[in-house]
Ligand binder design. Structure first.
Ligand code: URA
Length: 188
């Protein structure tokens, strides 16, 4: 029963969740962190090794890049942004999440969006984009324009799709496009 849960109870549910097999290998479930209410919500894929150790989202190298990107548009995770992932527990060896893991975990994200009430959502990477927008389209075809997320409470929240920071670390040439995406997210 995720739907009626308040923020603290939702966090407790996530920290104790056993809805899929990923709970067996985790050190910590990673609920998310940041401002509340938030101007933006940033949605990533799943915790990596550092996140699993610390119980916080985007604290490894990808997180450093994410913080630098947010800072470039005058935003911070302390004051403006709530950061969460589609999947709250680290997949072994950082493998891709399985459809049944996404199905088990995404109700938590939906309730987080309802409670955080962001003005805008920035989704990073294919899994987050496909989960939020209910599509199997590629990042390349989704980025560059505003989408709408129909929140469970009936609000339409503008969504911008961009590359995952881990991908940008491997392909720095794409940072120029990621910058365009950030600029798009700051508009309007
Ligand atoms: N990658 C993600 O998608 N999320 C994190 O929290 C860390 C790395």
């Amino acid at each position: 029963m995720v739907a009626a849960t308040d923020f603290d109870a939702l966090r407790e549910q996530v920290l104790q969740c056993t809805a899929c097999g990923l709970c067996n290998g985790r050190r910590h479930a990673v609920f998310g962190m940041g401002a509340r209410p938030a101007r933006w919500m940033v949605v990533g894929e799943a915790p990596g090794e550092q996140e699993d150790r610390q119980g916080l989202p985007f604290v490894g190298r990808s997180g450093q890049l994410l913080d630098a990107m947010l800072s470039a548009v005058g935003m911070s995770r302390q004051d403006d942004v709530f950061i969460a992932n589609v999947i709250k527990c680290r997949p072994p060896g950082n493998r891709n999440p399985k459809p049944e893991e996404i199905a088990a975990c995404s109700p938590y994200l939906m309730r987080q969006i309802e409670l955080v009430k962001p003005e805008r959502i920035l989704v990073l990477g294919r899994f987050a984009a496909q989960t939020l927008l209910g599509t199997d389209a590629t990042i390349g075809s989704l980025r560059g324009r505003m989408h709408q997320f129909a929140a469970p409470d009936g609000r339409n929240i503008p969504v911008v799709v961009s590359y995952h920071p881990a991908y940008l670390l491997r392909s720095p040439v794409e940072k120029a496009r990621a910058w365009q995406d950030l600029r798009l997210a700051t508009r309007g």
